[in-house]
Design a protein around this ligand. Sequence first.
Ligand SMILES: Nc1ncnc2c1ncn2[C@@H]1O[C@H](COP(=O)(O)OP(=O)(O)OP(=O)(O)O)[C@@H](O)[C@H]1O
Length: 302
Amino acid sequence: MSDVHVSFGARAALKGLNLSLGQGEIFALLGRNGSGKTTLMRALTGQIRVTSGEVRVFAKDPGREAQPRRLMSLVPQDIALYPRLTVRENLEVMGGMAGLSRHEIPQRVEQAMAVTRVENRQHDLIEHLSGGYKRRANIAAALLTQPKLLLLDEPTVGVDVEARLALHQTLRDLREGGTSILLTTHDLDEARALSDRVGILASGRLAETGPIGEILRRMFGDSREIVVGLSREPTEPMEAILKELGLAPTANPLAWNSWSAEVGSLGRLETALEQHGIDIHEIRLREPGLEQVLTRIEGDQG
Ligand SMILES: Nc1ncnc2c1ncn2[C@@H]1O[C@H](COP(=O)(O)OP(=O)(O)OP(=O)(O)O)[C@@H](O)[C@H]1O
């Protein structure tokens, strides 16, 4: 997509977005609630018309032509399956609705269940499955048409670690088979573990795109966040000392932070805090997470 703008009335949801996806690439979109992730996906599937700019999927406009829409599948965040049917029954019904012939359905259902590893639950009712299996079945339904581009809206939200790893493996297997994958997530660790590139959406713009390791290096270099957890809320004189030591308040009144690339800075800070009689609960280094990345971007955007 190039220079894509989408507005809902006076509200601009996407403001000049450029993005291209390679074959067999996993691309993770990161951003706050309301930053435009779902709007971007719906623009790609042709569900919403863009206000201006160009969207091309397999060289065609999905807003006007059916062909690119047939080559992609969107896995919504909500489970779009019949709770009172089994996994297999759901997939058979969905296959019919997707326009597959009776002759094609059994084989496609087997393939979709194999990739998502739900065969052992194929005779269970959806309503009896765990959250992780429901999500896998949801993805299986999207795979029946053998899409070349798979779009997933927060595929792992609310599932436990084991189910999350199983879902990641499914997505990697699909990538190996040449499927391009665009997913949204709030989880930087997930993006790090899974994606070839990420795009960080902030206020309808892609503020950063690239491999997550490169983005973090570019933004933070070698510096790491030092977080000081105070034992009690600081008095005004204590606040003055904390600021003098280079610390800044965070949203949590008991947590103050600073950034440093020096190896010894944590120990020196700890000693200085002790000398000033400031009672601390803990002091630690924190790897940058999505919150730190977004705060930095928003700070740069003013
Ligand atoms: N149909 C609509 N009508 C009006 N405003 C909309 C519509 N869809 C989205 N918006 C607005 O566009 C902006 C982007 O929304 P979008 O749903 O794309 O964000 P998101 O990043 O997917 O958020 P979330 O993480 O909560 O799913 C928001 O301000 C939202 O309120």
